[in-house]
Design a protein around this ligand. Sequence first.
Ligand code: ARG
Length: 295
Amino acid sequence: MADPSDTAPHILLVDPAHFDVHYTINPWMQPQRWHAEAGALGRRARAGFDALVDTLERIGCRVSVMPGAPGLPDMVFPANAAVVLDGRALLARFRHAERQGEEAHFAELFERLRADGLLREVGRLPPGCVQEGAGDCIWDATRGQFWAGWGPRSSRIAADRLAAFFGQPVVPLELVTDRAYHLDVCFAPLCGGEVLWYPPALSMESRARVIAQVGADRLIAANEDELARFNVNAVNVGRDIVMSPCAPRLRTLLEGRGYRVHEVDVTPFMLAGGGAFCMTLRLDRQSPAAAGIAP
Ligand code: ARG
């Protein structure tokens, strides 16, 4: 394992002890399949989670695992807990009743991170402003901006709130399919400046915006099979990309761009509609200005 120093990427995960699939709030969720094989899937979920932790540590990340809570199976997806930049966290507000119980737990958890000196501020959105964390608001380090998904879960107005809170540019992208209900299912800015995406998930206007800003030569389009494998929902640190078992076509494309693909079996979590990225939340992201003034 790499020796994680203070400058290592710091990633929050939530322990899967309370994970299951017993409701349906996105089209990937399969409670029947979960119930039919709950024992085996639970063991496989634990093994997949452990493999994710190991892989992240192996590529040099510092990993903090926090406990979940009974009755809140989707807490294993902390990407939805908050948006974090420059040591400041803006707590999420969930659209569906099934996940709203997570808000109090995550608020407590983030207050604890603040007390421990890992964050300096924890903010809240105004009532009624739905925003599902980093799952719908992804930092693009190359461009020094957030991309914010809206539609199925987060509200359009949340993009303005995020911009005001963080003092950073936020580019709103409209999600037009239920399958890509969060931006992170269909959109992943990579460290080398490329963006891995699934264009049909975005409105025509949003697609045009991405193409104009990123440039066709830096866009890597995933196909429907790769979307369904949750290959776009990947964790990228430097040249390493961690994801669910990767379609050979996409692996070739990514390796051709100089990335190393690491696979983890997160299949049980995909039955809840989540892949590797959803299971993580980066706590150490810095805007260029903050990075510049850091000691
Ligand atoms: N079952 C969860 C939901 O529908 C899955 C969340 C996955 N997280 C993500 N960032 N895409 O909310």
